[in-house]
Design a protein around this ligand. Structure first.
Ligand SMILES: Cc1ncc(COP(=O)(O)O)c(C=O)c1O
Length: 373
């Protein structure tokens, strides 16, 4: 079976883990500090703070930007649920707007229309490794005094022009096992604002300013030296991994673009193909089954818009969303975002990861084209 994702771990990662084990310094320490320095440098960000997961990074980003009860955060429902869950977890309200048909990213025009006096932040997702329109979003945010918190969980090394994602402002990365670089589980928050960085450092470590001296309430969202040691090695390989993903995507697009809608990258945007996602207009489930039979693994990212998840549809009232506001937002079960819903029914991710052989890629092309005819 040609898998949809495969972590690439080698002898360097193994040696790094053994070195940490031998050192006896297993929890957060030197390796974490070095990983933060190198990751910040890769992004062109002033600071990077390593945490336990991408979700933890998003959660702390919202808290550090002062997002809380009564606030609204404009985001996309065409993402992994963590994007919106963290907004609820800080007591704020996710306001979902539709996506662009061609990029699957949040539509900046609709963001502007959704702004209310309660809006505090915009949370774009650089879905599949393709940057959102940051120039337009930055213009909107600065015109309305809003924060931008980027969900960059899938976008390590993605760029707009010569600016790398992570260098624009507060961005949150995931190092989950299938990501372009991994530490098994892990996350990183980047920022150019030292005040935000300081808050995040405190919040990730129980609000301890110094040992056993707590100036605020916080969490244990620390990364371990074991994870960071793997992360340092993976970061060193990220460019090579991304280039291989881009080259694999180029091959797939060259062979598939006449037959179906292949991913687009805007001119000047560097798409790092965390996922290579096509649109299947009809009978997607049959495509999934047929490709599986023929040995091609696929993924659907994502099959259900977040607002249609049972939890959002049925249980939203358990959260601290004020009644008048809930009435104004409408019941989530009434929300209709046509492009989001169409994408949820039609997208199909094909293998694009760097461990694919030329043979694997040729097989993917052959089996997909067989279904087009
Ligand atoms: C778009 C998106 N947001 C957030 C997350 C959450 O990251 P993590 O799984 O590291 O908590 C992920 C990854 O799983 C993701 O793909």
């Amino acid at each position: 079976m040609i898998s949809i994702a495969r972590p690439l771990m080698g002898s360097e990662e193994e040696a790094a883990v053994l070195r940490v084990l031998a050192s006896g310094q297993l929890a957060q320490g030197e390796e974490v500090a070095a990983f933060e320095r190198d990751f910040a440098e890769m992004c062109g960000a002033r600071e990077a703070i390593a945490v336990s997961t991408g979700t933890a990074a998003l959660h702390l980003a919202l808290l550090a930007h002062g997002v809380g009860p009564g606030d609204e955060v404009i985001t996309t429902a065409f993402s992994f649920a963590a994007t919106a869950n963290v907004i609820l977890l800080v007591g704020a309200t996710p306001v979902f707007v539709d996506i662009e048909r061609d990029t699957y990213n949040i539509d900046p025009t609709l963001v502007e229309a959704a702004i209310t006096p309660r809006t505090k932040a915009i949370m774009p997702v650089h879905l599949y490794g393709k940057p959102s329109d940051m120039q337009r979003l930055e213009e909107i945010a600065s015109a309305h005094g809003l924060s931008i918190i980027e969900d960059a969980a899938q976008a390590h090394g993605a760029k707009i022009g010569d600016r790398t994602i992570g260098g624009f402002g507060t961005a949150c990365f995931s190092f989950y096992a299938t990501k372009n670089m991994t530490t098994g589980e892990g996350g990183m928050l980047t920022t150019n604002d030292p005040v935000i960085a300081e808050k995040v450092r405190l919040l990730r470590n129980h609000g301890q300013q110094t040992r056993y001296y707590h100036t605020t309430i916080g969490y244990n969202f620390r990364m371990t030296n074991l994870q960071a040691a793997i992360g340092l090695v993976q970061l060193g390989k990220l460019e090579q991994f991304n280039e291989q993903r881009i080259s694999n995507a180029r091959f797939l697009t060259a062979h598939l673009k006449e037959a179906l809608q292949t991913p687009i990258a805007r001119p000047g945007y560097r798409h790092v193909y965390h996922q290579y996602t096509i649109r299947v207009l009809e009978q997607r489930d049959q495509w999934v089954a047929r490709l599986h039979e023929r040995g091609v693994g696929t993924g659907i990212h994502y099959p259900i818009p977040i607002y249609q998840q049972p939890f959002y549809r049925d249980s939203i009232s358990q959260f601290r969303i004020s009644l008048p506001r809930r009435a104004a937002l409408g019941d989530m079960s009434d929300l209709r975002l046509p492009e989001t819903e169409a994408a949820a029914m039609q997208v199909l991710s094909l293998p694009v990861h760097p461990a694919l052989s030329e043979n694997d890629l040729a097989t993917v092309v052959k089996e997909v084209l067989a279904l087009c005819n």
